[in-house]
Ligand binder design. Structure first.
Ligand code: F6P
Length: 557
């Protein structure tokens, strides 16, 4: 495979500049066949992306020259792909099938993973079976996960996506919901208050999920959860049976009062945004059962094998990553929009925002040098078809193009009349509308036929034109099951890694989040007891703090 000089890609961009997507389809009647890929029941269609006949081959040659195959091997082999922190990134090991050893710092980590998974399984079975009791001796029936970022987003997404609907009114069948699992991330007291309102302290357990066990929001929520328990169960009561901790900082969890037997590990070689496959996934096992959780892992493992073994030109995460990088680094799109056509996936955009933006939001290259290339696009989105009635106006007629990713489970988990057909049809139609658009001539003809003429007609035409020629990718998945969701998330994890390799950045650190946290402490003190802020504090922050102090009950005034 001959290396593609960067100039080739720049030349490709210039060549495509004046070409519309419609032109590309007109030139190649087999475009859909050439640019869509079927794998394991999935169909991924890239034909509505701005890819010329030679673009993908050039991108693949570039990726090959950039050493992508080596990076993929390094990721799975446990090499220190997280250079700035000198650590491997082995989220894939958490869903590895089979026990072939994987050594990190001289230690085979697979037995540790198996041991943790066996404890997760036991804990989940105990709680789902009503065998775990609280301080009052009553079985735990509700679990509240206290965690934020990667210690919340993945598990919350999967639980909300795979939760089965509550038992139908009047039906006598078995309770199908398992344990009531909810998630509290925000330090906003409203979040904890609303989550606890329906629960009885005697039968409520908290999972404190925090890799560092230093995250302010999570620790504040954990402390208030303990206060809530003690207020109801009695000041001196040992409430440790109401806590499980998932952390890489066991001493801090013990100091908080969690029993050692109730502390499950997160390892340093798993980043938060890749941690739902670790014991951070315990709420998932509680919600859908261990078998369901195993199917999630198996789905992800199937994509790992595909990513690891498939040549670049037929490798789904690679092709999605190359297209994403092409859109960001070469076509300079500032954003990408993700639209899951599945109400159950309403948490997916938020999850992907952390996965992609905490991975790609980097201003320096892997070696620390300043980055020359444009940054990876911002990512946003919401569920379809709701989003059609919210921001699709902007997507169709807005001033600039934002490539869209449609994620569509074809079969419904709970069919109702022809709703699923309508849903899938809407997704396909929106992608078609973005591609084709509506021309002034077509609109003029239509409005003329309705008797419009003159300036009114022209104004009406102008207001209705949709330029089209707007790119999108369609990901069709057979259905939304634990296995398929595992595949979807692993697909996005690996494409995010591919893009990071091409951007030349380290996707596994997140130093940028720390500074804001350090500035919070002095402001908390200033708001709480009027402590002075550092002398170099800007006048805006000083003014805002002064205003809050005069306006609020925060200060206990
Ligand atoms: O502040 C960002 C972050 O560090 C994320 O990377 C992480 O997922 C989240 O906070 C929570 O961190 P922890 O699991 O250590 O509480």
């Amino acid at each position: 495979m001959t290396a593609a000089a960067p100039s080739d890609l720049a030349e490709q961009r210039r060549a495509l500049a004046g070409t519309t997507l419609a032109d590309l389809f007109a030139r190649d009647p087999r475009r859909f066949d050439r640019l869509s890929l079927a794998w394991d029941g999935w169909l991924v269609d890239l034909s509505k992306e701005r890819l010329g006949a030679d673009t993908l081959p050039l991108l693949i040659a570039h990726a090959d020259a950039a050493g992508l195959p080596g990076w993929i091997r390094a990721l799975f082999a446990g090499e220190k792909v997280n250079q700035s922190e000198r650590k491997p990134a082995l989220h894939t090991a958490l869903r590895q099938t089979g026990d072939s050893p994987l050594v990190v710092e001289g230690r085979n980590i697979i037995p540790d993973i198996r041991a943790a998974q066996s404890r997760m399984r036991t804990v989940a079975a105990q709680i789902r079976g009503g065998l775990r009791v609280g301080a009052a001796g009553r079985p735990i029936r509700a679990v509240v996960n206290l965690g934020i970022g990667g210690s919340d987003l993945g598990a919350f997404l999967v639980c909300s996506a795979l939760a089965r609907p509550p038992r139908a009114r009047g039906s006598t069948g078995p309770q199908t919901q398992g344990v009531d699992v909810s998630f509290v991330a925000n330090v906003d007291p409203e979040h904890l208050t609303r989550a606890l309102a329906p629960h009885d302290p005697a039968t409520t357990l908290f999972v404190i999920a925090s890799k560092s066990f230093t995250t302010q929001e999570t620790l504040a929520n954990a402390a208030s959860a303990k206060t809530w328990l003690l207020a109801a169960l009695g000041k001196g009561v040992d409430v440790s049976s109401h806590f499980i901790a998932i952390t890489g900082n066991a001493p801090a969890a013990r100091a908080f009062g969690v029993a050692s037997a109730d502390i499950l590990p997160i390892w340093s070689w798993v980043s938060g945004r890749h941690s739902l496959w670790s014991p951070v996934g315990l709420p998932i096992a509680l919600k859908i059962g261990w078998e369901g959780y195993e199917k999630l892992l198996a789905g992800a493992a199937s994509v790992d094998a595909h990513f690891r073994e498939t040549p670049l030109e037929r490798n789904l995460p690679v092709l999605l990553g190359l297209t994403g990088w092409w859109n960001g680094a070469h076509l300079r799109h500032a954003e990408r929009v993700v639209i899951p056509y599945s109400q159950a996936l309403f948490r997916l955009p938020a999850y992907l925002q952390q996965l992609v933006l905490e991975s790609h939001g980097k201003r320096v290259a892997r070696d620390g040098s300043a980055r020359a290339e444009p940054a990876s696009p911002a990512l946003w989105g919401d569920v379809g078809s709701n989003a059609q009635h919210a921001f699709f106006q902007w997507l169709h007629q807005g001033p600039r193009e934002a490539p869209v990713e449609f994620i569509v489970p074809i079969d419904a988990s709970h069919p109702v009349a022809d709703h699923q057909t309508l849903l899938v049809a809407n997704a396909l139609a929106q992608a078609q509308a973005l591609l084709v658009g509506r021309s002034p001539d077509a609109i003029r003809a239509e409005l003329t036929a309705q008797g419009m003429a003159g300036l009114d007609l022209e104004a009406a035409v102008a207001a209705r034109v949709c330029p089209g020629n707007r790119a999108s990718t369609m990901l069709l998945m057979p259905e939304l099951s634990a296995y398929r969701l595992g595949q979807l998330l692993a697909l996005y994890e690996h494409r995010t890694f591919v893009e990071a390799v091409l951007y030349g950045i380290n996707p596994f650190d997140e130093f940028g989040v720390e500074y804001g946290k350090t500035l919070t402490g002095p402001i908390v003190a200033a708001l709480s007891d009027g402590s002075a802020l550092p002398a170099d504090t800007d006048s805006s922050t000083l003014g805002l703090v002064a205003h809050v102090r005069t306006q609020t009950k925060l200060t206990g005034r």
